[in-house]
Design a protein around this ligand. Sequence first.
Ligand code: MAN
Length: 359
Amino acid sequence: MKREPKNPIITADKVKPSQDFLKVDGIFNCGAAKLGEEYLLLCRVAESCAEKEEGFLCIPVYDESEDRLKKERIPVEELRREYDLSDSRMISSVNECGIKKIRYLTSISHLRLARSRDGISFEVEDHPALPLKGRYERWGMEDPRITYLEEEGRYCITYTAVSDLGAMPALLITKDFIEYERIGAIFPPENKDVVIFPRKIGGLYYAFHRPVPYEIGTPDIWVSSSPDLKHWGGHRHVSGVCTDSWENGRVGSGAPPIHTPEGWLHIYHGADHGSRYCLGTMLTDLENPGRVIARSTRPVLEPCEPYETEGFFGGVVFTCGCIVEGDKISVYYGAADDKIARAEMSLKELLTGLSWKEA
Ligand code: MAN
């Protein structure tokens, strides 16, 4: 992949906080779409409390009963005594069964639209695209992915609704990125990385998703189908972690699958046990999209540049969206969980030039 020389193309200093008491920690993982001639990115914006309070760590949490953000104040003493603070993204502890549980996220995310005429210089809007809503969004909305349903002229947006009840995929529908219809939860927790295919296959909608099994199994990519985008079934395992490689920790969908004559081309992410996130590719059957035809042996993008290795959470390249124009794929990706970067590649080269590992 060829990185954009102007990378990173969007940084946190270009983003206004959504409320006075917040500061923006990062703008990253974004869905991508074209609406007419305009390029749109629906970005994840992560915010935390701007002011420090002596003796406390303050975390913004959405209170659905009052429909507003509140500060949760945790005494620093308690934090040091009871929690693991080594991961910048979360505050965790080990429960009575010896299992690591995330008790708080260090920031809360919402979705924000950025617009561009050339796909490189983006203006970020001043306000969230839509407000947090309901019990399942107490800890925010994350990682939006946009699929344009070609035959219907509408955009499906999947995202992760996060709360103390778990990470749960939810769906929005829009035609204009002004009004959004909330469909709500489409898979129960814990599940993430849902991406919908751009056209129906055999009369059904399809989606890749990534459940997180608890006692048995690994975080792998699955496929499901639906007659109406709301009810999902036909669950089937697609592709798993590879024990001896860059993707030995977890894999999950990235950008919406791209229809090519050879099959569905899917850019996904894989992380190792040290949470270093890279991008890989796989090709699945056009008629049976859960059947993997081939999978790349090496990552197509790895965190190497300083803006990818250093940041809120370094060593991460993570995509939620790309735009295909003829033979050119523009991949938009979150770098180090705090900025947005872009890389492009030729569709043809990607299909022919890679060393495919037969699945
Ligand atoms: C999570 C994802 C992303 C994030 C990566 C890297 O698993 O859901 O939100 O970018 O980890 O931190």
